[in-house]
Design a binder for this molecule. Structure first.
Ligand SMILES: C[S@@+](CC[C@H](N)C(=O)[O-])C[C@H]1O[C@@H](n2cnc3c(N)ncnc32)[C@H](O)[C@@H]1O
Length: 247
């Protein structure tokens, strides 16, 4: 399991994701492709921002994540929402997960699938996706591209700074696996306390994912450049797949 411990409390500050755009993209796809959908499961929901944005758009939500620290952030945010009780957060380790029932849509965003570093685990996850989706259910997920791993993350170091924390983020890519080392320096009185964590991701090709969709009888409805309506190009950093469960 990758660590999302020290990162959890700072994740929202450093993630730099356009959640309103992601939530809008997902909402538009659901309304166009499965308008009766009401229950959505967010796999690897992290600190819950997307799940709670979809809740605000009217969906009942289940969020699953293996990091109790990320889920604690999600629960804090949920407490501020009047209809927060319509979002259920569960701490479970992928690839196996238990939903106690089926859902209309499964989403998994911001390279959560890349954190499954064996092909067998990813295969297992798709098995459970199929198992827990209602007939005609939608599957919407993204993965990082080879371009991003090779050109932007290999031998890369980046510094992020905010009022009370300084983050050094290093990464290397070996053609298959990308390791990330994160060092946080958080201000405590007149000192900085250091905490480190490591994360490991695996690159999956478009073919890997198309093979899994075919194996578990999903019909591909589209592959997009990130969460735009554009087709991917050679400099796309993230591919977003939209698929439908077939009988
Ligand atoms: C980059 S974050 C994305 C979070 C969220 N989807 C978002 O859009 O902000 C990846 C998430 O996947 C979770 N994760 C990674 N590997 C996991 C595993 N094997 N089981 C459960 N959760 C996992 C992490 O805890 C983390 O919250």
């Amino acid at each position: 399991m990758n660590e999302f411990t020290a990162l959890a409390q700072y994740y929202d500050r450093f993630v730099g994701a356009d959640y309103p755009k992601i939530a809008e993209f997902i909402d538009v796809k659901i309304k166009a492709l499965f308008p009766e959908a009401s229950l959505v499961c967010d796999i690897g929901c992290g600190s819950g921002t997307l799940a709670l944005s979809l809740l605000e758009k009217g969906y009942d939500m289940i969020g699953i994540d293996g990091s109790i620290d990320m889920l604690t952030e999600a629960l804090d945010k949920r407490a501020d929402l009047p209809n927060g009780d319509r979002a259920l957060f569960l701490c479970q380790q992928l690839p196996e997960f238990e939903l106690y029932g089926t859902v209309d849509v499964i989403v998994s965003t911001l390279d959560t699938l890349n954190y499954l570093t064996s092909k067998e685990d990813l295969d297992q996850l798709f098995y459970w996706f199929r198992n827990y989706l209602n007939p005609e259910g939608l599957l919407i997920f993204d993965v990082n591209t080879l371009y991003k791993y090779q050109e932007l993350l290999d031998q890369h170091c980046e510094i992020f700074e905010d009022d009370d924390v300084f983050l050094a983020w290093r990464s290397q890519f070996d053609g298959t696996l990308c390791s990330h080392q994160l060092s946080f320096f958080s201000k405590e009185n007149n000192c900085y306390a250091r905490s480190d964590e490591e994360q490991l991701q695996r690159y999956y090709s478009q073919k890997d994912l198309l093979d899994l969709l075919a194996k578990y009888n999903f019909k591909l409805l589209g592959i997009f450049d990130d969460y735009s309506e554009k087709a991917p190009n050679e400099k796309s950093q993230r591919l977003t797949f939209v698929a439908k469960k077939e009988d």
